[in-house]
Design a protein around this ligand. Structure first.
Ligand code: FA5
Length: 336
């Protein structure tokens, strides 16, 4: 009997190790370990053996059962790990796995779109530092110390007169200091305000500054350029509203709103139930700014504007919370 058990063991090992699919393995299991298998029958017949043979045969049966059970488990694992799951065959009906392709952040894409539109309108790109000084961020823009307008910019101060720029307007000053008119620039970049974030306010967000200085520039040109720009961005049917506004560095000044594209003017959390979203501030450069940079206000005039890029992006893709852009959650970023 021991001899037969040894033969059985060799056959079973070959069958388990050679199984190339789950069904083949199951067949081998039934044959060598199943209820009606030779091994099981030998196990049941042990009682009929003479005393001296019984013990040795019993040990051999148990050892073989244990070994074959372990081999069966290993073979099952091997087949499950292979192509096509447990079946051992690839499932050709499954959809292919697309490789993950990275892409630009929606704010970057919006920024590039804005740069393209303004390039066609003759604007070139200028940049400036994020760590600014009091002169460029405030003084030269006609916001002296203790001026109430400083309260509108909740500023992160660093040390001395250094601060994180609260808007992109200091790039106006740096550009005018380093060049002579005509100047026609846009200056996009990140700005910082110590504000409590909500659906439409971030404490870090992006602005794009525009500046055009030459002889004889008029307010009507500013309105025309902004209307053209918003039409290019949102489609010619966009509803634009120019509201009187105040900025110490422009006179006269205007705030420019568009009808809220999340609720189509009905009122929602993003537009604070007004139906309008403020996208930018603008106006004619104040003569005091020209004096601060050494331009003659009797010779030159110009306009400036500053818009919130995050808000532009929100209105373009119907995103209802500005904070989503800065949380780096790929589940959101893959959708917009
Ligand atoms: C300014 O920052 C002026 N420097 C803009 C300007 C430039 C006016 C040139 C005139 C001439 P204001 O604080 O309103 O203005 O911000 C401009 C735009 O930035 C707003 O219209 C809005 O779109 C966006 N913005 C302002 N605060 C936030 C914020 N906390 N989160 C997101 N966007 C904001």
């Amino acid at each position: 009997m021991i001899e037969r058990l040894k033969e059985l063991r060799v056959e079973a090992v070959a069958a388990f190790e050679g199984a190339s699919s789950a069904s083949e393995l199951e067949e081998a299991r039934v044959r060598y370990l199943g209820r009606k298998s030779e091994l099981n029958q030998a196990s049941r017949g042990l009682g009929k053996l003479p005393e001296d043979e019984r013990r040795a045969a019993g040990r051999a049966v148990n050892e073989i059962k244990q070994e074959l059970s372990a081999l069966l488990e290993a073979a099952a694992e091997r087949l499950a790990g292979g192509a096509g799951g447990g079946a051992g065959e690839p499932d050709l009906t499954l959809p292919g796995r697309l490789p993950w392709v990275g892409r630009k952040h929606p704010i970057t894409r919006t920024l590039e779109r804005l740069e393209t539109i303004f390039a066609t309108l003759g604007f070139e790109v200028a940049t400036g530092p994020h760590i600014e000084d009091d002169f460029h961020n405030f003084e030269a823009l006609n916001i002296p110390a203790d001026h109430p307008a400083r309260d509108m910019h909740d500023t992160f101060y660093i040390e001395g007169d250094k601060l994180l720029r609260t808007h992109t307007s200091p790039v106006q000053i740096r550009t005018m200091q380093s060049r002579k008119p005509p100047i026609r620039i846009i200056a996009p970049g990140r700005v910082y305000r110590n504000e409590t974030p909500d659906a439409s306010h971030g404490s870090e967000f992006y602005q794009l500054e525009g500046l055009y200085i030459d002889k004889g520039v008029r307010f009507g040109e500013l309105m025309g350029v902004l209307q053209k720009f918003l039409g290019e961005l949102y489609g010619q049917e966009v509803v634009v509203r120019f509201r009187p506004g105040f900025f110490p560095f422009t006179e006269p000044s205007t705030e420019v709103d568009i009808e809220c594209r999340i609720c189509r003017g009905e009122g929602c959390g993003v537009c604070k139930n007004t139906g309008w979203v403020e996208l930018l501030g603008a106006g004619m450069v104040d003569p005091r700014v020209f004096e601060a940079v050494g331009y003659d206000p009797d010779v030159y005039t110009g306009y400036a504007f500053g818009l919130g890029i995050d808000r532009i992006a929100m209105m373009m893709s119907g995103v209802s919370d500005i904070r989503l852009y800065h949380e780096n959650d790929l589940r959101f970023l893959r959708q917009v």
